[in-house]
Design a protein around this ligand. Sequence first.
Ligand code: HC1
Ligand code: SF4
Ligand code: SF4
Ligand code: SF4
Ligand code: SF4
Ligand code: FES
Length: 578
Amino acid sequence: MKKIVIDGDVIETDENISILELARKNNISIPSLCFLEECNGVTKCAVCIVEISYEGKTKLSTSCTTMAEDGMVVTTNSEKVQEMVKKRISTLLDKHEFKCGQCTRRENCEFLKLVIKTKARASKPFLVQDKTPYMDTRSVSIQIDRTKCLECGRCIDACKKKTGTCTLQFERVDGKRIVTQVEGKKFEDTNCLLCGQCVAACPVAALTEKTELDKVKEAIADPNKHVVVAMAPAVRASLGELFNMGYGEDVTGKAYTALRELGFDKVFDINFGADMTIMEEATELIHRIQEAGPFPMFTSCCPGWIRQVENYYPQYLKNLSTAKSPQQIFGVATKTYYPAIANIDPKDVYTVTIMPCTAKKYEANLSYNETNGLREIDAVLTTRELAKMIKDAKIAFAKLEDSEADPAMGMYSGAGVIFGATGGVMEAALRTAKDFVENKDLKDIDYTEVRGFKGVKEATVKIGDNEYNVAVINGAKNLSEFIESGKINEKQYHFIEVMACPGGCINGGGQPHVSSEIRTKNDYKKLRASVLYNQDSSRSVAKRKSHQNPAIIKMYNDYVGKPGEGNAHELFHHIYEK
Ligand code: HC1
Ligand code: SF4
Ligand code: SF4
Ligand code: SF4
Ligand code: SF4
Ligand code: FES
């Protein structure tokens, strides 16, 4: 057992752990900029500096790179340390457009916290008349504002470690070091997945989603538009964090109320779309079982993963489920089924989704995601953009009463809600596929083998008289390892779920930022996922399966017909081709 003294506290540990992490786990705060859990840091910001006495010597060291050794005595806040950190922050301020009042990150900016803590000042303020040369707004998903970049390298490292695409890098342009995409290309024109893991890693407002808030506000103000809104499964598990409600708080009912107060005409839920996707995807799995393939069938609801297939593994395009994603299938229904039952002109319907994801903006914009000449989804807001909209409208979110979604396309099953966590799509599909094949209302519907945060999860599932091999790949990097190691060919897999973000959509690139400090101390992914699994497990079995959702049954009976056939086949599927 090692004994380390930090600011007078004796801390014992067996772990091979850095001073920074050891301190944080023991509630001793050390500032950082370039360090982020799961990423090693490609630069040295030096704001995590501490004074260490060890083996008769005392020196200043960066605590994120110094491993805790027995007998070390660490001081985190000596005058020398404070002076050095303050100087470092001042240098960074000289190159940072410090206009926090209008900044989207002002409430959770890791840099601003350090400026306040150290009372650092710029030696001369960095004022920018024209931001255009610093901005990259070419992508529909992600935007770069280099007036805010600290060159911490977290985005570059997150991209490498979590996606393996290595889309971002430092480059020297006109003598300045800047963060840029490979060959300076637009994100969409690189191998980038548009997942936004780089945005989630950024401590400041240098990387953000491309906002669509103005578009949405305009649509609401237009009396000729009937504006429909629906939030994704994972949004309800994290939105409360942006209103100081802590982690793991279920804010479903408050979110519905807020959306109504914001002036949306109809509040539905993407979980209903998830139930639609399952009707189609489970039916497709059964067809593939009857027709002996092609196997494995892959889920296709994550647009980051779709880009990974297109950019790296086009040989698997035919293996992707043709069922449209919950976002798009829901969009189709808002431009066909909903106008029919509400007796309105489909052209007047304007559909907005709230997503934990930046890639969903790209998905909504794809040319093929159009039905009868209408965009299926007109605008996509991230969880963060919705919070901003609520704050701009001065709605006291935490104090709102709960309300329900409008039932026609707002009712959902437990299967629909667990989509937002890794393994959820697989579990939802198995519940329905097994009931369909065995023609029963099965009671044993918890597939715990596919839950949790392991990189690759596997199970063998009996459907009817036969056994099928399923796998859940948690995160894009794990997927490329799964394929490139040859593991995918070790046995016949029948059905594989892939979500690009580690943990699934609960940890998507459009979710509230989690600071480096909180990531070290708190299992925020688990807490977010628990919201979804709690909603599922607190229901009766009948309410936990997509095909038993009464609103789904009604839609298929009254409008669609049978899953996988006729109308459903026409409207709810897309065939992926090279
Ligand atoms: Fe997801 Fe999905 S789970 S992809 O992560 O299939 O974004 O939450 O909305 O479409 O339902 C995202 C989440 C989301 C879709 C669903
Ligand atoms: Fe202020 Fe942070 Fe925005 Fe910079 S990024 S302007 S420090 S809130
Ligand atoms: Fe990398 Fe994803 Fe960011 Fe693209 S969106 S640069 S793949 S982290
Ligand atoms: Fe760091 Fe953000 Fe700049 Fe990337 S864009 S180097 S994460 S400040
Ligand atoms: Fe978007 Fe979810 Fe895929 Fe991440 S895992 S890219 S949040 S759909
Ligand atoms: Fe340690 Fe940057 S060098 S956080």
